[in-house]
Write a protein that binds this ligand. Sequence first.
Ligand code: 5GP
Length: 195
Amino acid sequence: MVEFAGRGKIVILSGPSGVGKSTVRRLLLERAPVPLVRSVSVTTRPPRPEERDGVDYYFLTPEEFARRKVAGDFLECFQIFGGHWYGTLREEVERHLRAGRWVLLEIDVQGASQVMAIYPEAVSIFLLPPSLEELKHRLTQRGTEDAFSANERLARATQELKFANHYRYQVVNDNLDDVVNQIREILKAEAGLSN
Ligand code: 5GP
């Protein structure tokens, strides 16, 4: 991995539920051509069995979350699916940028537009499904890991897709290796690296 002098950059990754964001994120962190780290978000939703506090998210009670919101600790925060709160900590992002690291934010479209307004130089990437049919298929296969029906997830995904052109880059996730390679190329270009 190449080391960079000076500040790093923010990389925003968004896409509808079911598009495969977390798998892409995991591989991208392993294969990034720049010193890329993930910003750990804060949420009020309960941890899933495999999730660890401070690694997957910082899990806070709604009261603790509200306190940090009032204290101005969040770069952005939103209530998603009209239920749980999610937020990106200002200090979590800034400390990586100061250290010259690039910071990956895997956040929803509302949070992304707020971050883009604050950091217009952020590298924003929207992950698209190969087709709406394929997305429907993936959402119905997904099981009931949350309280929302496949129909509700699909309605929300369709809404989120409308935001794709607000992002600097749109990448179609039809093959995992291809999509990760395309994002690698985007990051190389943004870093001014030639191959
Ligand atoms: P999950 O509960 O499945 O981990 O995440 C649900 C949604 O929350 C995903 O679309 C994810 O991108 C979004 N999300 C995760 N962390 C944040 C955050 O810090 N801010 C915002 N705005 N959205 C987030």
